[in-house]
Each structure stands twice: as structure tokens, then as C-alpha cells.
Design a binder for this molecule. Structure first.
Ligand SMILES: [Fe+2]
Length: 232
């Protein structure tokens, strides 16, 4: 459990979207950066390719990105796991061919005041579902499926979310429309806060304590860049 929960809660807000956070030229640069970066992980089970923005790539774009973040978030520091070569990273590019399941990106350091998480869509295809429900343990993938619970990955696997919220059956219509890659019983007690349809140039900002997942509406693939922050 995170230690400074009260402070973390004070800094929480509703998720929000900054339209035109970056311009057309910057979108292009981000897409080129993704192409140029070395592969970090190719997970064939989850059909996802991950690359970390290591500090030695595109320093000019790093400045632009960081300064733009400073306009919308105050007193923060980037908080992203290092690359496999031990270099600092500004965040993670994820190219996914399959919807990512329910999880939270709270990290593993309970001393930190975890703050906002950002998603920069680099494709127009993609949809992200942010739930009102929050979690104050470590980064966890939530599932009631035995196989998934036994799977190994960066996140902890757990079904503890089932007992944390109201236990109410999840809305049938919303399940069919956005979340049919999840078992409906895995969504017990969850309430959708925001359905965010990806748009190039936008930035989605939400709390690291918000449960979230991809929507099931993914025809081909999507590419996005996410960063995590902590409060200073
Ligand atoms: Fe996430």
C-alpha cells in the first residue's frame, strides 16, 4: 500500500484531455522517434511491442515535451522505469494489436507521491476506458481468470479489486460496446469515468490510481506514448 495516500488523494482529479497538445510536425517527430528507438519488449502473448524513450534520443523533442507538460502539471517529476540498458526514460511507446486488459500503473515504490499519467495517441485508431475506481497498491493487472492470474509479467496479478468496490454487476450495454475483451464479472463494482477516443495531437491525463484498460474496439493496431509522474 502506498504510504502517502492522503497526499496522493489531494492531488487526484477527474481525467481530462488537452486538445492539440502537440502540432502536426511534433506528431511526425514522435512517430519517427518510435521508429528509431530500439525494441524493449515484444510480447507475443499480449500482442504488444514496447519501446522506451531513452534519454539519448531526440533531446530537442524531450525539451518540447517536458515544457509542454509543465504548462498543465505543476511540481512534478517524470517517473518511468529505466531502459534495459539502464538509461533514464521519458516514457513508453506501446504498439498494440490486442486490447490491453484492466490494470493500474501505480508503480512499486510506496514512498512516492504518485501523480498523473499521460497518454499521447500516435494513431487515430484506439480508445481508452478510465474508471472512477481507484487503487493504492502496486502496479496490478486485475483478473478473475486462473490462467491470467498465473501469468508472469511486470505487473502483479490479482483479483483483489472484486472485493474493493460495490460488487454491483457491470452495465451490460457498456460491456458489449466497449469492453467485451473483459469477462463482465471482472468488472464488478466498476464505473466508467471516461471513454476516450484517440485523436492525434491530443493528450489524455489521468491519475495513476485510476483503474483503466483499452476498449475492445481495435480493428488493426494502435500506437501511443505514455508517461508517469510523481509529485515533488
Ligand atoms: Fe496503463
Amino acid at each position: 500500500m502506498h504510504k502517502f495516500i492522503e497526499t496522493i488523494k489531494k492531488n487526484e482529479s477527474e481525467p481530462f484531455v488537452i486538445e492539440n497538445f502537440i502540432n502536426t510536425n511534433e506528431i511526425k517527430l514522435f512517430q519517427e522517434l518510435y521508429r528509431d528507438l530500439p525494441l524493449e519488449i515484444n510480447n507475443t502473448r499480449q500482442k504488444i511491442i514496447k519501446k522506451k524513450w531513452s534519454e539519448n534520443f531526440y533531446p530537442e523533442l524531450q525539451k518540447i515535451y517536458y515544457n509542454k507538460l509543465k504548462l498543465i502539471l505543476d511540481n512534478f517529476e517524470m517517473d518511468n522505469p529505466k531502459t534495459k540498458n539502464g538509461l533514464a526514460s521519458l516514457g513508453l511507446f506501446q504498439e498494440s494489436f490486442m486490447p490491453v486488459s484492466l490494470h493500474v500503473d501505480t508503480g512499486f515504490d510506496f514512498e512516492k507521491i504518485i501523480y498523473k499519467q499521460t497518454l499521447l495517441p500516435l494513431s487515430n485508431e484506439g480508445e481508452t476506458i478510465i474508471f472512477k475506481n481507484r487503487f493504492y497498491g502496486c502496479s496490478t493487472t486485475f483478473s478473475i481468470n486462473e490462467k491470467e492470474l498465473a501469468a508472469k509479467g511486470y505487473n502483479k496479478r490479482s483479483s483483489e479489486h472484486i472485493n474493493l468496490y460495490s460488487g454491483k454487476k457491470f452495465d451490460d450495454k457498456m460491456h458489449k460496446k466497449y469492453l467485451n475483451h473483459e469477462e463482465i464479472d471482472n468488472l464488478k463494482g466498476l464505473e466508467i469515468d471516461l471513454v476516450y477516443k484517440w485523436r492525434l495531437g491530443d493528450l489524455l491525463v489521468f491519475d495513476r490510481t485510476n483503474l483503466h484498460c483499452a476498449s475492445s474496439n481495435l480493428k488493426n493496431k494502435k500506437l501511443g506514448f505514455t508517461s508517469s509522474t510523481v509529485k515533488l
